[in-house]
Ligand binder design. Structure first.
Ligand code: ASP
Length: 439
């Protein structure tokens, strides 16, 4: 039978009312058999996500050797959820055990993972489903990457006898046998892993929005909703700051061509956005699919006459960054110039000086300059490759909004055009590009 894997994000798990909505969604479709949940998110503006409460527990634990004061807040959240749901569950014992284990493990990852663990325990009880601890079925390799072979096998075995099962998202077991988390928002990745392991027909990702919008609604009022986008477009947009879905979530499902559908827990009848392999992707005729931006990049600009004829020039520059362990975002280049764009966090303080010094020693440039506080804006869409004049329109829109492009990079697949602007021009630039292409 075709089956669906559903992941419910933090707002869908925020309180008893939200969890009741989740139960209704699951029970309205018998194909929704395997569920992955996040920790309870914010209930209102200014509220604190359970995962953030847990990071405070770890701070307290590191300072005092025990986290009881901070854990009291986590305790309150779960006790009130269980009370609201009115289920038979001895949550106090589960919380006591959890607190004990946090104090014993003394690990930031373990502590942070408990929001998902507790949420999944409660959801399993609410649904009368099997609880499968991700610690027992999601495995990382020595290098921190997912051990897909071992993980998929373990998940299939664990669900074999389950009519319905609930998994906590966000964590698994590291190569050292200890609980290890993905990066923040990583329950989306867990959902994709379960979908791949059980060969789901679809991976439904339930959030508090009715899908992907063509740009951030805090920047443009009522942006157009994207009905469907390809895995590649999703990756570009989510990497550049469209934060509906973790940018790594497509990797597990992409190999098996499993579509992802973004749905809204609080408006389940809304169509949502489908993220599809290119073979199933139906372009809706727009040139641009979406625009997203991210601030705080550093651009290192290197100039040297006859750079193009100096064999190994780029390799030598990049070897300096490799030595310093700095990952690179983009490398736009010209005949006698090249720039290296890196996330500013990667290259703070003395590291930047070391990199500059290293490049000077390695290639003896005529000029080396650093531009900080640069925002990168990605304009993404398969439609761009078949329409002439897209970049002209984009740069005209920027010029009319009086925004200077400090860097331009167009991927060779013509899937995206990336421009670097001053941080403070980021929102203005996204709005200008949006209005040019979407009216
Ligand atoms: N609870 C984790 C976080 O806040 C993971 C997730 O929500 O996906 O980052």
């Amino acid at each position: 039978m075709t089956l669906k894997v559903c992941k419910f994000g933090g707002t869908s798990m925020a309180d008893g009312i939200a969890m009741t909505a989740v139960k209704k969604i699951i029970e309205s479709d018998e194909k929704r058999k395997f569920i992955v949940v996040s920790a309870p998110g914010k209930r209102f503006n200014g509220d604190i996500k359970v995962t953030d409460l847990l990071y405070s527990c770890y701070d307290e634990l590191s300072k005092k050797g025990d986290c009881s004061a901070a854990f009291a807040n986590v305790r309150k959240r779960f006790e009130s959820i269980v009370k609201e749901l009115n289920i038979e569950m001895d949550i106090t014992s589960v919380l006591d055990e959890t607190e004990k284990r946090i104090n014993a493990e003394k690990s930031s990852d373990f502590t942070a993972s408990r929001g998902e663990y507790l949420s999944a325990r409660v959801m399993a009880q609410l649904l009368g489903a099997k609880f499968i601890d991700s610690e027992d079925v999601v495995f990382f390799k020595e290098d921190g990457q997912l051990d897909g072979v071992k993980t998929y096998k373990a998940i299939s075995a664990a669900v074999a006898d389950a009519e319905k099962a609930v998994f906590p998202g966000f964590y698994g077991k590291g190569a050292n046998g200890k609980v290890k988390t993905f990066s923040r928002g990583g329950s989306d990745i867990s959902g994709a892993i379960v979908a791949r392991a059980v060969n789901a027909s679809v991976y439904e990702n339930w959030t508090d929005v009715s899908g992907f919008l063509a740009c951030d609604p805090r920047i443009v009022d009522n942006p157009k909703k994207i009905k469907n986008l390809s895995y590649k477009e999703l990756r570009e947009l989510s990497y550049m700051g469209a934060n509906v879905l973790h940018s790594e979530s497509i990797f597990p499902v992409r190999k098996a061509n499993i579509p992802i559908v973004i749905k809204n827990t609080f408006r389940p009848e809304d169509e949502g956005t489908a993220i599809l392999p290119i073979s199933q992707y139906k372009p809706d005729g727009t040139v641009v699919t979406g625009i997203a931006g991210k601030k705080n990049f550093t651009v290192i600009l290197i100039e040297k006459n006859h750079m193009n004829t100096e064999i190994g020039f780029i390799r030598k520059v990049l070897s300096v960054l490799e030595r310093e362990g700095v990952s690179i975002e983009h490398i736009p280049s010209g005949i006698d110039t090249m720039s290296v764009v890196v996330d500013s966090e990667e290259i703070q303080g003395y590291k930047l000086e070391q990199v500059i010094e290293g490049i000077r020693n390695e290639v003896d440039p005529d000029v080396i300059r650093v531009m900080e506080n640069v925002a990168l804006i990605a304009t993404v869409g398969h439609g761009m490759s078949s329409s002439i004049g897209t970049s002209a329109r984009l740069f005209k829109a920027m010029a009319e909004a009086n925004i200077n492009a400090k860097m331009i990079d167009q991927g060779s697949s013509e899937l995206n055009i990336i421009v670097g602007v001053k941080n403070e021009d980021c929102e203005k630039c996204i709005a200008a590009i949006y209005h040019e292409f979407f009216g």
